[in-house]
Design a binder for this molecule. Sequence first.
Ligand code: SF4
Ligand code: FES
Length: 257
Amino acid sequence: MSTPTVEKHSAALDAAEADGTQLITVTLRIRRFNPEEHPDPVWVDYQLQMDPKERVLDALNKVKWEQDGTLTYRRSCAHGICGSDAMRINGRNRLACKTLLKDVNPEKPITIEAIKGLAVLKDLIVDMDPFFQAYKDVMPFLITKGNEPTRERLQSQEDRERFDDTTKCILCAACTSSCPVFWNDGQYFGPAAIVNAHRFIFDSRDEGAEQRLEILNDRDGVWRCRTTFNCSEACPRGIEVTKAIQEVKRALVTRRF
Ligand code: SF4
Ligand code: FES
């Protein structure tokens, strides 16, 4: 395990010292993988001076911008909205931009690796194609029988609340990639696809529930769920993922939705 040390003193560091912020030395232990250089992944340590109230994403950016520009990861909004920076931090799926250093035991090396169950392309970047294919397969859009309305499609507040929780999904894949069934068999639709099917199955304006339920009745569908609750624990949006999956299972049995 190599440990690059850097003596750079950034403007941000100077500012932190000037306003009295207590900086701590943080070690990020990152699982690096570059198939063009080596067929196996390798853990590399990076030491940084950080404010413990900063986020893991800030630390990753600091590594990339000040120590090693080859470090590769996805991020965009930096505010928990785009869902692009899900990763395993200290063995648990989280969004790097929503995780404060002080909350992940920064006195010890913080391990960071790609989410599981999807092929790693480079460093923290995985191939999301199978994940998005499962999402597309459940038809995540409003289906109607062509009854074009003359005004907006109305819905009671109660009907809207029926699927409110599952509208919050940002497609980060933290749930699906924390699921042991998905790790063992990537054919399983996975929690995120079921959450997004739920969002439409229980929408009173939608008329495609039967089609979606039949898709999820497949051998790779909802019945593969073993109710381990990993998905609910992993979801950065607090969605009750396991509950949503249970509701889809029940709808398949009762045909009531
Ligand atoms: S349900 Fe939660 S964990 Fe799963 S993809 Fe959506 S936001 Fe991410
Ligand atoms: S960077 Fe967009 S959710 Fe973290």
